[in-house]
Ligand binder design. Structure first.
Ligand code: 13P
Length: 256
């Protein structure tokens, strides 16, 4: 099946009004050229509204980096409800990023609850999974990924994956300049799709699986050319308009 490429920029904890405006202005100059793909930016929560306004007359979509697992407003200091993200114009939200898992103690159960909360609010969750270098070297990559994926399938049901995106982000490749080879990425993406296909072949076939981890302008095309790689979740290279657009160009040229 033809899956439409998605190229998503995760700005992480970077930005300012001035930097965001300059970046969005740079991106908007070229977005008309990218009709075959979907493009998404995920700024820090405090900037969602202002970035959303700047995106208003463009094809760029807005996403958040995190949300609260609760589905009702209430006494959860510092947290952000999914419905609030929807209200400011978000379409997507990243859940289970390895930095959230490793630095903020989000376990599989919490990630699954966030996935469910995102969908309850009408957001499309981008579920991140990935192994550490130690796990890869110990030969347990598939076991770790299956565990992370299964937690969501157990909690939300296989049908929930219909309205979601999966992102494979090997922890050892994030921000390190050490990208997974196209073959390594393809092997894991095929494994993940196969795990889903065991439960539902149609959902597995239509699910977009993004690769994230040191994607740059000069390696995006070879990664995106792999059969089970349906776009990218981009960190550092999403902070420069020229770099992000070059990555989008690679997807556009392959245009599924
Ligand atoms: P880098 O592209 O900076 O390696 O970050 C990847 C990432 O974590 C995107 O979510």
């Amino acid at each position: 099946m033809q899956r439409r490429y998605l190229v998503a920029g995760n700005w992480k904890m970077n930005g300012s009004y001035a930097a965001n405006s300059a970046l969005i202005a740079g991106l908007k100059q070229a977005t008309a050229e990218f009709g075959a793909i979907e493009m998404l930016v995920c700024p820090p929560a405090v900037y969602l509204e202002s970035v959303g306004r700047e995106l208003a007359d463009s094809r760029l979509l807005l996403g958040a980096q995190n949300l609260c697992e609760q589905v009702q407003a209430g006494a959860f200091t510092g947290e952000i409800l999914g419905a609030m993200l929807t209200e400011v114009g978000c379409r997507y939200v990243i859940v289970g990023h390895s930095e959230r898992r490793a630095l903020y103690g989000e376990d599989d159960a919490r990630v699954a609850a966030k996935f469910a909360a995102a969908q309850a609010a009408g957001l499309v969750p981008i579920l991140c999974v990935g192994e550490t270098l130690g796990e890869r070297e110990a030969g347990v990559t598939e076991k770790v990924l299956a565990r992370q994926l299964d937690a969501v399938i157990q909690a939300c049901g296989i049908a929930a994956l219909t309205h979601s995106v999966l992102a494979y982000e090997p922890v050892w490749a994030i921000g390190t300049g050490r990208t997974a080879s196209p073959e390594q990425a393809q092997a894991v993406h095929a494994f993940l799709r196969g795990e889903i296909a065991k439960r539902d072949a149609i959902i597995a076939d239509s699910l977009r699986i993004l690769y994230g981890g040191s994607v740059k302008a000069d390696n995006a095309a070879e990664l995106f050319a792999m059969g089970d790689v349906d776009g990218g979740l981009i960190g550092g290279a999403a902070l420069k308009a020229a770099d992000f657009l070059a990555i989008c160009s690679a997807a556009q040229r392959l245009g599924k």
